[in-house]
Write a new protein. Structure first.
Length: 308
């Protein structure tokens, strides 16, 4: 705001200059906050390998999954005309829950670092991937990935995936990343809302705002969606719903998505970043039809690696 001055002409001159500088400052702030990459960890793979070696005393194998990993993908279409919904469902079976891994764009952690889902998947030797929680859009949330703490700023309802296959919806503001790690958490996700708890759809999900500080109301209504569901310790289900494409898929509301995940057997389920970010990639190809007309660069993926 322009400071008031006694001399009106001086006030006008200074005020005009301040307005110009202020506009430039605002533009710079927006670019710095939402566009310019800020790298906090430049080599994530090296950090995770070092951490794993310290914990186990053996060399890590970051992209190698269990040889009994099984992923099946199907497309489910319901409704007709303007009420058509097209969803892509991946059922995943693992003998080791830690075979579900996450990766960051360009193998770096920080804000505004983005890459295509397909590029991240190929770089990790993945056979299957979906977009993650787009952690790099925000500077809050608890982020533990593949057993390593990256961020510890509790802000919302998160999902904790444990190394033994347990899954828990939790309040980030009542704990810490270190406490979660000490309790056996392998990966956390920070977006939401939680959709399913104890096998039942959670009420009120259609009223949740994820990022009120930036006016993120678009998670409501009929939208493209990505969600993860945990059936039991070694069985997961991923759902990607296409949307904003009349006659092909209108998208889903959050209550509809929760009901679908319950029907698929999920005991715990959590909403991930959606809209133009929603993407499922399997065996070298994009499975769904992203609403942007093509892949959108994002900050992270959840993936299953190929067998050794």
């Amino acid at each position: 705001m322009t400071e008031r001055r006694t001399l009106s002409r001086r006030a006008f001159l200074i005020g005009g200059a301040t307005a110009v500088v202020g506009a430039g400052t605002a533009t710079w702030w927006a670019a710095d906050r939402f566009l310019i990459p800020h790298v906090e960890v430049a080599d994530v793979s090296a950090l995770e390998e070092q951490q794993e070696q310290q914990q186990t005393g053996t060399a890590a194998s970051a992209t190698t999954a269990s040889s009994t990993t099984d992923v099946t993908v199907e497309t489910v279409t319901t409704g007709s005309g303007g009420d058509t919904v097209t969803a892509h469902v991946a059922r995943v079976s693992l003998d080791d829950p830690t075979a579900l891994r996450t990766a960051f764009a360009h193998d770096q952690f920080g804000e505004n670092i983005t890459q295509l889902v397909s590029e991240m998947a190929v770089a990790q030797g993945a056979i299957f991937a979906v977009n993650g929680d787009y952690y790099g859009f925000r500077d809050t949330g608890i982020q533990i990935r593949n057993g390593v703490i990256y961020r510890d700023i509790g802000a919302r309802e998160g999902l904790a995936l444990y190394a033994d296959g347990r899954a828990e919806i939790y309040d980030e503001t009542t704990t810490s990343a270190q406490a979660l790690l000490d309790d056996g958490v392998w990966t956390t996700l920070s977006f939401g809302p939680a959709l399913v708890r104890d096998g039942a759809a959670i009420a009120g999900v259609d009223e949740v705002e994820v990022d009120t500080n930036v006016g993120n109301h678009s998670i409501q209504g009929q939208q493209p969606r990505t969600a993860i569901g945990v059936i039991d310790a070694t069985h997961l289900v991923f759902v990607v719903v296409d949307g904003r494409d009349e006659g092909y898929s209108r998208g889903m509301t959050l209550p509809e998505l929760a009901d679908m995940l319950v029907g698929l057997g999920a005991q715990t389920a959590y909403n991930l970043d959606g809209g133009g970010s929603s993407e499922m990639w399997h065996e070298g190809a994009v499975v769904n039809r992203p609403s942007n007309g093509g892949e959108r660069a994002t900050s992270d993926i959840l993936y299953i690696g190929g067998a050794a």
